[in-house]
Design a protein around this ligand. Structure first.
Ligand SMILES: Cc1cc2nc3c(=O)[nH]c(=O)nc-3n(C[C@H](O)[C@H](O)[C@H](O)COP(=O)(O)OP(=O)(O)OC[C@H]3O[C@@H](n4cnc5c(N)ncnc54)[C@H](O)[C@@H]3O)c2cc1C
Length: 301
């Protein structure tokens, strides 16, 4: 079984940045991630990452990936099933392989929250989507809805308006209080986008594909597509077996990105960070790699 100094679980901005730093420290490192680029790859337009005025999530994370691979670090495109403490090492199992590591950095981020309505899973990919960047182009000249009121919901609606004839934003509050003013202005200027505040969806209608949604005001809205952007929940499953302390579902870390378990660090959206953004994930990834390296160096002496 191959042994590494460091295994980074997750290949979003936090994991890829941790890998760049680990490469510079010349520690034997493996990155295992289910989706290369992570959630950041789903961002249509990123305007708040220093050095790029505007860049797509796919392009930015592709550049991160290339940098990691240029440093000679291997990225395995797999799902980690479990991590267990094994003497002084950690045993990391994917669906088909096993590895040992001295240190672990968890960067498993978050996944999209679902509406929790009947039919939601059945209609996934048949009108229901959680990723406008991935699926917007399928809705050319159609009528679509976006549920939510965050930056992610507003940017999804703006992207969809480039393809669809009409875009309804369905939001349970009476105004966009969480989104950035820049995106709100763009939304208000866009003639294809219609706002439905104080509204919830109660039913998804359609047998083989989405046809309409029922609203809590009793009305039916005909839709070809519905994009769900109502926030995220943490991917903290791997932490439970290791006994890592969580805070409201997110991994509790100190300023060196250490968890309660010696040898396990965490970075990015999976942590109890006050701001879940790419720049923060990158910065925490760098700190985590540095802390892992410091421990490895101290233990070797
Ligand atoms: C639509 C959208 C637009 C956004 N726009 C912006 C923006 O403009 N600017 C900005 O700064 N931020 C933006 N964000 C937020 C940004 O994407 C996140 O803050 C950032 O991706 C967090 O990085 P991360 O590495 O912590 O987690 P993620 O990017 O979520 O990466 C987590 C990684 O862990 C992997 N993973 C999870 N579980 C396992 C497992 N068991 N085994 C192996 N791998 C696993 C995932 O596949 C993924 O590779 C946006 C998010 C969305 C959804």
């Amino acid at each position: 079984m191959e042994e590494y100094d460091l295994i980074i679980v997750g290949s979003g901005p936090a994991g890829l940045t941790a890998a760049v730093y680990a490469a510079r420290y010349k520690i034997k490192t493996l990155v295992i991630g289910e989706q290369i680029g992570g959630l950041a790859a789903e961002a249509n337009e990123i305007c708040n990452f220093p050095s790029y005025k505007k860049i797509s999530g796919v392009e930015l994370t592709q550049k991160m990936r290339e940098q990691v691979e240029d440093f000679g670090i291997e990225i395995k495109n797999s799902l980690v099933d479990s991590i267990e403490k094994f003497d002084s090492l950690f045993l990391v199992k994917t669906t088909s392989e096993e590895f040992k590591a001295k240190k672990i950095i968890l960067t498993t981020g978050t996944e999209k929250r679902k509406l929790g309505l009947e039919n939601e899973n059945k209609l996934l990919g048949r009108g229901i989507s959680y990723c406008a960047t991935c699926d917007a182009a399928f809705f050319r000249n159609k009528v679509v809805g976006v549920v939510g009121g965050s930056n992610a919901a507003l940017t999804a609606a703006l992207l969809l308006s480039k393809f669809a004839n009409e875009v309804y934003i369905i939001y349970r509050k009476d105004r966009f209080f969480r989104a950035e003013p820049m995106w709100i202005e763009e939304i208000e200027k866009n003639k294809k986008i219609k706002l439905m505040f104080n509204t919830n969806i109660t039913e998804l209608i359609g047998k083989d594909k989405l046809e309409a949604v029922k609203l809590d005001n009793g009305k039916k809205l005909k839709l070809d597509g519905l994009f769900v952007e109502i926030g995220s929940v943490s991917n903290s499953k791997l932490s439970n077996k290791l006994g890592i302390e969580l805070e409201e579902g997110y991994i509790k870390v100190d300023k060196k990105q250490k968890t309660r378990i010696k040898g396990v660090f965490a970075a990015g959206d999976i942590t109890n960070s006050p701001l879940r953004q790419i720049i923060v994930a990158c910065s925490q990834g760098a700190v985590a790699a540095n802390s892992a390296y410091e421990e490895i160096r101290t233990e070797a002496n």
